[in-house]
Design a protein around this ligand. Structure first.
Ligand SMILES: [Fe+2]
Length: 368
């Protein structure tokens, strides 16, 4: 055990760290960052179990999904308030169009899997409609408010297609490339149509065997399109969207320079959507929590050039949004820091200005 005052960045936690009221602050095997140490002090935890070098045999927590699941606060969507955006005619129209597109996505993806053929014209028509649907200033707010779909693979594919094309635009890529990214987003998980659906939708933690089975969706998807007329970039995005810059991804364990740029872009929006959208097996997280997770966990894992642009632009998208803070004060986001987009400045209802950059114990937990 070490006193909180003796903690240093890079030390590895040997036991879950809880606050006095039982909230899990830092999971076992976490590599301590400066933010973690601040958190420990803010919550007045006096002693922490730390691995000494020789005794640590396992892997430091590497999976941002898993770590985030345990560390960050869940949004209780069952208590989500009705809000003005959800009642707006724009949202209603977006929802109707989304449901319609979702049906077409499901039909087209299943057809590709079952016939082994891709109807190029139909695919381009669909993608053109998807890109048109992203031309709303409220896309991110709308996507966060969509209800859970039973067909997770298809709604996720539609969302990732939208988000990939948006990120392409933010990166000022040519229209042709943005379109290809939308196609890659639409098809990136097509291999999931071929894996065991019970395992895919399992609510609890997957066994090693089950996870190995789900991982096959990358190669299964690639095999489905390998002989098609799709571009190499789209095919590589399907195969490589779970690869990581540090070589820790799958299926090939590729490192930075061998991962296709389309796959690097898809992997960012893939994670963002998986965490912010409602799913049958987990509740959604507020985008600012997800941005924070990206900042803390994903530099060195995802491509930082693309990640920086994505995080800053998403955060700016929520300017003027009304939010609830973790101390249950409510306010409006009035400024997003360039270097620290997850911790914006919020003006509370009572007029007080709170710069979350200097308030490590405070975070945005919900929309109003
Ligand atoms: Fe995937």
């Amino acid at each position: 055990m070490l006193a909180a005052t003796e903690l240093k960045e890079g030390m590895i936690v040997a036991r879950d760290v809880f606050s006095n009221d039982g909230t899990l602050l830092i999971p076992n095997r976490t590599n301590l960052s400066s933010n973690h140490i601040i958190k420990i002090n803010v919550y007045s935890v006096h002693e922490i179990a730390i691995f000494v070098d020789e005794s640590f045999k396992g892997n430091v927590i590497e999976d941002p999904y898993e770590k985030f699941d345990r560390e960050m606060k869940l949004i209780d969507t069952t208590q989500e308030k009705e809000n003005t955006i959800a009642r707006s005619p724009e949202f209603q129209s977006f929802t109707e169009n989304y449901e319609h597109q979702l049906d077409i996505v499901e039909t087209q993806l299943k057809e590709i899997v079952h016939t082994g053929r891709i109807d190029g014209a139909a695919l381009y028509d669909l993608v053109a409609d998807i890109i048109t649907a992203t031309n709303t200033g409220n896309l991110f707010s709308f996507l966060c408010r969509m209800r859970s779909s039973d067909d997770v693979t298809f709604s996720h594919s539609l969302n990732v297609s939208m988000l990939a094309s948006i990120l392409g635009k933010w990166l000022e890529l040519p229209v042709h490339t943005t379109t290809e990214l939308a196609i890659a987003g639409l098809l990136h998980d097509i291999g999931k149509v071929k894996v065991n659906q019970d395992t895919l939708n399992k609510a609890g933690k997957l066994t090693d065997e089950e996870f190995a089975h789900i991982k096959k969706h990358t190669t299964l998807g690639y095999q489905l399109v390998a002989d098609s007329a799709l571009s190499l970039g789209v095919k590589h995005a399907i195969l490589m969207h779970h690869e990581k810059m540090n070589g820790a991804g799958y299926p090939l364990g590729l490192s930075l320079d061998r991962i296709h740029d389309y796959a690097k872009i898809i992997s960012i929006v893939d994670i963002y959507d998986a965490m912010t959208a409602e799913r049958p097996y987990h509740k959604r997280y507020h985008p600012f929590h997800v941005i924070r997770m990206f900042e803390e966990e994903c530099y060195g894992v995802l491509d930082s050039t693309y990640l920086e642009v994505f995080l800053e632009r998403i955060a700016h998208n929520f300017l003027d949004d009304l939010v609830m803070l973790s101390d249950h004060n409510q306010g409006k986001i009035i400024f997003v820091h360039h270097r620290n987009p997850s911790q914006p400045i919020v003006q509370l209802d009572n007029g007080k200005i709170v710069d979350l950059q200097h308030e490590d114990a405070l975070s945005i937990i919900d929309f109003i």
